[in-house]
Design a protein around this ligand. Structure first.
Ligand code: C2E
Ligand code: CA
Ligand code: CA
Ligand code: CA
Length: 279
């Protein structure tokens, strides 16, 4: 609206200034969010296609801001990283996951896994291994049932250092997943060198798989390749029975998506799982 007859340079700099101010305000709010415990976890079920059994949960960060409402993670994770808040918030996510898993185990869900998203800063944090050792001691039952998800794009830079960090996690009994597979630039030779257990095919391919031949071919050949490597393959973003049926036919191991369940607030998870997901 300001553009007509105005100074174009001024318009853009005003816009940039506003964006900068918004970001600073967001950063300040996120600092308070950590202090006032406005973060929460939601957990999304992971289903084994072969028998449609619940086998695990993915922990997804949520921010309930008093002024902004529920803010989705895509809007604040990068700001957390930039403001060097990702490590403390990520540590909160990890500890909360240990607690929840222990609680679920006490309720009889003894084989469930929880998958935790790990950012670049966290993976490279030299303090991470000692932190995990402490948590493994405090929650000894949970230790063998936690997984870490690393996005494919973060694996592309500094491969040797990344592999070394991954090995520190593997040595502690954690399973590792590559997240958003197909969207980054990791080559297949890196995949072979990396101590990875699980590949999660990005949901964008799943969304298109029944309408788009290229997406279908990418999905089915990725499943075949991953299984041939002896790894587990997860399809994200499964929304329809037709997708689930095709993925099952092509021997995809695990599915996650709104078809099975949306992410469930941590405070409801025990009850929801006891009721059965269909309720
Ligand atoms: P992601 O790890 O790829 O997580 C899957 C995202 O897909 C989640 O979005 C989930 O709610 C959404 N989703 C699941 N099933 C479906 C479906 O059937 N259809 C559609 N349209 N979406 C589906 P969410 O929770 O908004 O998280 C977005 C991203 O934020 C995550 O993507 C992850 O990269 C990041 N994130 C979330 N929690 C954490 C965390 O604790 N630490 C870090 N570092 N990143 C996190
Ligand atoms: Ca993930
Ligand atoms: Ca993903
Ligand atoms: Ca993603």
């Amino acid at each position: 609206a300001k553009a007509r007859g105005g100074n174009v340079v001024h318009f853009y700099s005003q816009q940039m200034f506003d964006a900068f101010q918004n970001r600073l305000a967001l950063e300040a709010d996120l600092k308070l969010a950590l202090l006032h415990q406005q973060f929460d976890l939601h957990l999304q079920p992971q289903i084994r296609f072969a028998d449609r059994k619940l086998i695990g949960l993915e922990a997804l960060l949520r921010w309930q801001s008093p002024s902004r409402g529920m803010v989705p993670p895509d809007e604040f994770i990068s700001v957390l990283e930039y403001a060097q808040l990702m490590i403390p918030v990520g540590y909160w996510v990890i500890e909360k996951s240990y607690q929840l898993l222990t609680e679920l185990q006490q309720q009889g869900f003894s084989e469930l896994t929880i998958a935790i998203n790990l950012s670049t800063a966290q993976l490279n944090d030299p303090a991470l291994p000692a932190l995990l050792d402490r948590l493994n001691q405090r929650y000894p039952q949970a230790a063998g049932y936690l997984e870490f998800e690393l996005t494919e794009s973060l694996l592309a830079n500094n491969i040797p250092a990344t592999i070394a960090s991954m090995q520190l996690l593997k040595a502690r009994g954690f399973r590792l997943a590559i997240d958003d597979f197909g969207t980054g630039y990791s080559s297949l030779s890196y995949l072979r060198q990396m101590p990875v257990d699980i590949i999660k095919i990005d949901k964008s391919f799943v969304f298109g798989m029944l309408d788009n031949q290229a997406d279908f071919d990418i999905i089915t050949s990725t499943i075949a390749m991953v299984r041939k490597l002896g790894l587990e393959v997860v399809a994200e973003g499964v929304e329809t029975q037709a997708q689930a049926k095709t993925l099952t036919q092509h021997a995809c191991d695990i599915g996650q998506g709104y078809l099975f369940s949306k992410p469930i607030p941590a405070k409801d998870i025990v009850q929801r799982l006891q009721d059965g997901l269909d309720q």
